[in-house]
Design a protein around this ligand. Structure first.
Ligand code: NAI
Ligand code: 15L
Length: 273
């Protein structure tokens, strides 16, 4: 008898875009343990293929290339794209055209689940003295955040119209450790990143769900209660880093918007001439 579970714990073939980036390099070996074949893609150097890996260099704005990339894939972890505030043309191509190409290719090939690396910058203009949940209206803090909001809207549309499921991960700050006071609230440890992505790939029913990607930090601006069905249970925390971070950054400039808004320095980056 076949299982009714749409997202098995082990996949035949997974696609990881942005595989050469910071988070791609973290997730690449970890996702390999969850699938028979891991297809990895990027425009940057992907190195050598490990056993069970397929290397597929591809520019996300190349529609035909992306169409070929999704052939035979059970699910996608989409990390590829511009990951900081940059001139709009770059963001337009990689994040807006690129993500539209990815969803259209998923539709054509019948891919049923996408894990989309969105960003906390979709809601970066909420204040640091507010706690919001995933139903709060978006307040992007720049073209980068706007492009991620577009990606989330695409995900909602492809769910409503074509029944392609997505979990949009509004990742906070995923680095080896928190770099500053803001990241005490926004930090997502790498083990929790893996837990989050695996939960997003395997939760039985997600439609289009949005989850903030943060660890179990003592200070938080985000409430993931509406996404409890995804089953993400963080186990890391920024707290052990607090004393060192506060010693490194003893005083905050209250007049600096970066200290006031959740998006930090992104709220004052650009415009680019
Ligand atoms: P990254 O910049 O290190 O990696 C992104 C990768 O995408 C790079 O390897 C780059 O070569 C590739 N890429 C860029 N433009 C491309 C294009 N046009 N076609 C194909 N590939 C392209 O970023 P990182 O930190 O690994 O983040 C991964 C994803 O998670 C990104 O989508 C980012 O926006 C998102 N994210 C990351 C956060 C973090 O704290 N690291 C926080 C919030 C969101
Ligand atoms: C992001 O969206 C960026 O991709 C990452 O480089 C960090 O700057 C992060 O947000 C953050 O807000 O700390």
């Amino acid at each position: 008898m076949s299982s009714a579970h749409p997202s098995p714990l082990r996949f035949s073939r997974l696609l990881l875009t942005g595989a050469a980036g910071g988070l791609g390099r973290v997730l690449r070996p970890r996702l390999k343990t969850r699938c028979d074949v891991l297809r990895v893609s990027d425009i940057a150097d992907l190195g050598a293929a490990a056993e069970g890996e397929e290397l597929r260099p591809c520019r996300l704005e190349d529609r035909d290339g992306v169409r070929a990339l999704l052939e035979g894939v059970a699910a996608v972890v989409h990390l590829g794209g511009v990951s900081t505030e940059q001139p709009f043309d770059l963001i337009l191509q990689a994040n807006i055209v690129g993500t539209a190409n990815l969803y259209e290719a998923a539709r054509i090939h019948g891919v049923k689940r996408i894990v989309f690396a969105s960003s906390n910058h979709v809601t970066g203009f909420y204040r640091q003295d507010e706690v919001i949940d995933t139903h709060a209206p978006v307040r992007p803090d720049g073209h980068y955040g706007l492009s991620k909001a577009y990606g989330e809207n695409l995900a909602q549309f492809y769910w409503d119209r074509y029944r392609i499921e997505t979990v949009s991960l509004r990742i906070g700050s995923s680095f080896p450790e928190p770099k500053d006071r803001r990241m005490l609230a926004t930090w997502l440890g790498y083990d929790d990143l893996e837990r989050l992505v695996v939960a997003a790939l395997t939760a039985p029913v997600v439609g289009h769900s949005i989850v903030y990607g943060m660890s179990a930090n003592a200070t938080t601006w985000w409430d993931n209660t509406p996404a409890r069905h995804v089953g993400y249970a963080p186990q890391d925390s920024s707290e052990p880093f607090r004393a060192a971070v506060e010693a490194r950054q003893p005083v905050l400039d209250r007049d600096d918007p970066a200290s006031t808004y959740q998006g930090g320095a992104f709220v004052r980056t650009g415009p680019f001439e």
